[in-house]
Design a protein around this ligand. Structure first.
Ligand code: FMN
Length: 184
């Protein structure tokens, strides 16, 4: 079964270091057989701020076609960026009964743990199924060099482990969506 996984970067901040972490997560995803990764950079999308039209059709198509999501978000003042909320809120039904993994990023020791907790609450409302385990990128300013290369290889194994669970969930839920009717 081939799967499509969208890696969502949570911030547009100039100089964002989470971009290194998100690109690393995307790269690890490409090492899995039969998995196609789409990297979603919020800078490449246009979500209107007001009015009835809240979607960017490009993002709608990605969410519709994806079987799973991997959110990589920095922590801003113990929360997650409004950019990520705006992007997530632009869709609804297309997320339903699909799994999501969450990675937090910070330049401190906690690896965005408080942002992750908040994202987990919100994505449940969107019908996404959150993995039990999260991924943390603490001290991100020391974890990657200026070219965005990872300096601690342990993170590769940790990231692969999360992907293995995400892929299992994605296959299981995809089969369920395609084969099982929900009793009314
Ligand atoms: C507005 C703002 C608020 C922040 N608040 C926190 C915080 O609550 N906890 C934390 O660990 N780091 C915080 N940071 C630092 C980030 O962890 C740091 O910028 C890191 O590089 C990840 O974010 P980035 O992708 O924007 O670079 C904050 C950074 C910004 C710009």
């Amino acid at each position: 079964m081939s799967l499509k996984i969208a890696v969502l970067l949570g911030t547009k901040r100039t100089g964002r270091l989470s971009e290194h972490a998100a690109k690393f997560v995307a790269e690890v995803g490409t090492s899995f057989k039969d998995v196609e990764i789409t990297f979603v950079d919020p800078k490449s999308f246009d979500f209107p701020d007001e009015g009835e039209e809240v979607k960017d059709p490009k993002y709608t198509a990605i969410v519709d076609e994806s079987d799973a999501f991997f959110i990589v978000t920095p922590e801003y003042n113990h929360g997650y960026p409004s950019t990520l909320k705006r992007m997530l809120d632009s869709e609804y039904n297309n997320y339903n009964k699909k799994p999501v993994a969450i990675a937090g990023v910070s330049d401190g020791p906690w690896g965005g743990v408080r942002a992750i907790e908040q994202v987990a609450t919100v994505v449940k409302t969107l019908g996404l199924v959150v993995l039990k385990k999260d991924l943390h990128f603490p001290d991100v300013d020391k974890l990657f060099n200026d070219r965005g290369e990872l300096l601690d290889n342990e993170f590769r194994e940790r990231t692969k482990k999360i992907y293995k669970e995400l892929i299992w969930m994605a296959k299981t839920l995809k089969w369920g969506r395609e084969n099982l009717e929900l009793e009314k």
